[in-house]
Design a protein around this ligand. Sequence first.
Ligand SMILES: N[C@@H](CCC(=O)N[C@@H](CS)C(=O)NCC(=O)O)C(=O)O
Length: 187
Amino acid sequence: MFIAEKGIENIETITLNLQAGEHRTPEFKAKNPFQRVPVLELDDGHYLSESMAICRYLDELHPKPALFGRNTLERAQVEEWNRRDEFNLLTATAAVFRHGTGLFAGQDNVFPEWGEANKNTVQKLYHMFNKHLANNTYFVGDYFSVADITALCTIDFAKFCGVSIPDEKAHLIRWRKAVAARPSAKA
Ligand SMILES: N[C@@H](CCC(=O)N[C@@H](CS)C(=O)NCC(=O)O)C(=O)O
């Protein structure tokens, strides 16, 4: 979505089948020792992983449109919300994915009770996000940023994990509809 918002067209995409373990090969481990996607492969032989590191790299090469903030305050606010999206919402959602969906049942270190607890955490965050969006078009005022991209991807992941936005959270639903309607969300 970030690449599409930037209008960058010369990045070839290679999809790995994670369920088939295509990221657990020695070749892929050499690109990212953590064996996670995404990885950006550079022409000079470097490999970059971690989504935000990749986004920041692309942002410096393609500054327009600015997605990390247009001034000092906005840059701090984008960071503020992006960290809340990742450290709070994504962490809780990932716990629901692993512990609360049943997809990993039977594997070591899977605790369904922890999954249920994190479903509540996601709902509490939706409550806070909804209040914030009552007075803001996007997470940072009327400025669309990478924090909106992180939040949309995480909220849609949470839905996949069985945690949807409740109907009464009208501001969060309005925001989600607007961001999901962007052409980049379908890219
Ligand atoms: N912090 C990393 C997270 C990367 C990550 O967890 N990727 C998942 C897919 S979204 C993955 O590769 N999972 C494979 C596995 O856990 O074996 C980032 O932002 O890029």
